[in-house]
Design a protein around this ligand. Structure first.
Ligand code: PLP
Length: 350
């Protein structure tokens, strides 16, 4: 239990006062067949009607898959939109701050910048784990959110559950756990902690394991009260009808998703093993994600060599604590083979 957390203290005053936009479809409930309430074009073409603002059908399907009730779920135009909504709901511009543990996903800092929120940046420890005391020391009464990414991008590791729980017990604001890569991790999602922690928000996405980066669909899980606040401030039609329909279609094939995750995990272990045998590789970090962080002799040189071969990896050597590190996503069998051939060639020329 977190004894000091108060949602009422965290919600911005303007958000408390807000009367949300009420769309035509919001004001209607019951059965109807003639819709003359929303100034739509009446001629059917598959997209002439506004989408369901609360995505009820899609949430029903996600409830079957994730085991979380629809009233504890918000869907966004990617999880990036949910992150932005959290800033808007809880962080007062030019006053409040959020705590992040770096190196981590760059979008947190961008979202903070857009919303004029100060970032308190604390370093992950030498095992890329959050240090509970360091995080707590960085926080003050204006710290409205703590953003944790587990498994973390770009370090690829899952955070220790005990550390996350300690932070949930003690942090004065909302604790956001970004689980974009949870499908690839050996550890379990923290969604089962929602009952106990009204200060917990969990982010997941269909962009990674489910293979739907192109349709932009992110999921936020939280207590009903937080979801109610986020629903009030979200753009009414933030998930368009093509996205809702495509997600429903692809979520139908859970076996395919499970099989692809299995293939990616197998390829990850093969690539891990292969990288360890190369002389220019200094360290292959243990991965709980669908990518591998590798420290090499010369990250820039490797990046440019692979680029010449038409292979793009991510050079992360500019980030604090990630000297000469590159991040490599796991591809298809054929793509991984091409990567390994190029790496072998580079290795032999050194
Ligand atoms: C890829 C990624 C996401 C997904 O963002 P979407 O907007 O849902 O595509 C979220 N968090 C992290 C850390 C990521 O790496």
């Amino acid at each position: 239990m977190n004894q000091i957390f108060s949602l009422n203290r965290i919600i911005r005053e303007n958000v408390k006062r807000l009367v949300p936009y009420s769309s035509a479809r919001d004001e209607f409930s019951g059965e109807a067949s003639v819709f003359l309430d929303a100034n739509e074009n009446p001629y059917e073409n598959g997209v002439n009607r506004y989408p369901d603002p609360l995505q009820n059908q899609l949430k029903k399907r996600l409830t079957q898959i994730k085991g979380i009730a629809p009233d504890r779920m918000i869907l966004g135009n990617g999880s990036d939109e949910v992150i932005d909504l959290l800033f808007r709901a809880f962080c007062e511009p030019n006053k409040d701050n959020v705590v992040i543990c770096t190196p981590t996903y760059g979008m947190y800092e961008v979202a903070a910048g857009i919303n004029a929120i100060e970032i308190k940046e604390v370093a992950l420890d030498s095992n890329f784990q959050p240090d509970v005391d360091v995080v707590m020391n960085a926080a003050n009464e204006d710290s409205k959110m703590l953003l944790l990414c587990s498994p973390n991008n770009p370090t690829a590791n899952l955070y220790d559950e005990g550390k996350i729980i300690k932070l949930l017990d003690n942090f004065p604001g909302v604790v956001i756990v970004d689980e974009a890569y949870i499908d690839f991790a050996p550890g379990k999602t923290l969604t089962h902690k929602l009952d106990k922690y009204p200060n917990l928000v969990i982010l997941q996405t269909l962009s990674k394991a489910w293979g739907m980066a192109g349709i932009r669909l992110g999921i936020g899980f939280a207590c009903e009260e937080i979801i109610e606040v986020l629903n009030r401030i979200k753009p009414p039609y933030n998930v368009n009808c093509l996205t809702q329909a495509k997600a429903l279609e692809l979520l139908d094939d859970e076996a395919k998703y499970l099989n692809q995750v299995k293939e990616i995990l197998k390829a990850r272990e093969e690539l891990n093993h292969f990288l360890n045998g190369l002389s220019f590789v200094k360290k292959v970090y243990q991965s709980d994600s669908n990518f591998i962080l590798v420290q090499v002799d010369n990250a820039k040189q490797l990046y440019h060599l692979l680029l010449q071969k038409g292979i793009i990896i991510r050079d992360r050597s500019g980030m604090a604590g990630l000297e000469n590190c590159v991040r490599i996503s796991i591809g298809t069998k054929e793509e991984n083979k091409l990567l390994c051939e190029s790496l072998t060639e580079y290795n032999s020329k050194l």
